[in-house]
Write a protein that binds this ligand. Structure first.
Ligand code: T46
Length: 133
């Protein structure tokens, strides 16, 4: 759990609207190879329920709020994300669950690699086996 970190990005405050930006390597610990975002999220939806073997990600609540629970196989911790100028850095080997999305929320994800299904743990038992293996 020690290697999870809440990153705070620069904020340019402006009466016209605020602006934040993210540059590698000053603000994020990996080169971004993929960006994806989750939107039009149904009420009560739950996402995630998987882990990654090597992938590193930063999850940003671009709009609205949601809860992100991380589990390293020993400890679980829930983070309530609601500040668009902050992102949660998730290292490899971390199970994640996302829920409690507010209406109209948008979840932006910066990832260290392209999509690879073989990097996923879709079964919690397989994840635990490798954590303890
Ligand atoms: C994560 C959470 C926060 C792709 O084709 N490309 C992609 O880059 C992604 C992320 C997904 N997909 C396909 C794979 C599935 O057929 O989109 C479908 C839905 O993916 P999934 O059920 O994995 O979506 P979430 O929201 O449960 O999880 C995603 C990421 O997969 C995961 O890495 O950490 O968002």
């Amino acid at each position: 759990m020690n290697n999870i970190s809440l990153l705070t990005f620069p904020q340019i405050k402006d009466p016209r609207g605020n602006l934040s930006f993210i540059e590698y390597p000053q603000h994020i610990p990996f080169e971004i190879k993929r960006i994806y975002y989750i939107y039009d999220i149904s009420e009560g939806a739950e996402r995630g329920a998987h882990g990654h073997k090597k992938l590193e990600q930063v999850i940003i609540p671009l709009s609205g709020s949601f809860d992100l629970t991380l589990d390293d196989g020993h400890t679980r911790k829930t983070f309530s994300l609601k500040k668009p100028w902050q992102g949660l850095y998730i290292p490899p080997m971390m199970w994640r669950d996302l829920n409690n999305f507010s209406s109209g929320s948008v979840c932006l994800v910066l990832a260290s690699d392209v999509y690879k299904e073989e990097d996923y743990y879709r079964d919690y038992k397989d994840f635990l086996n490798d954590v303890n293996g």
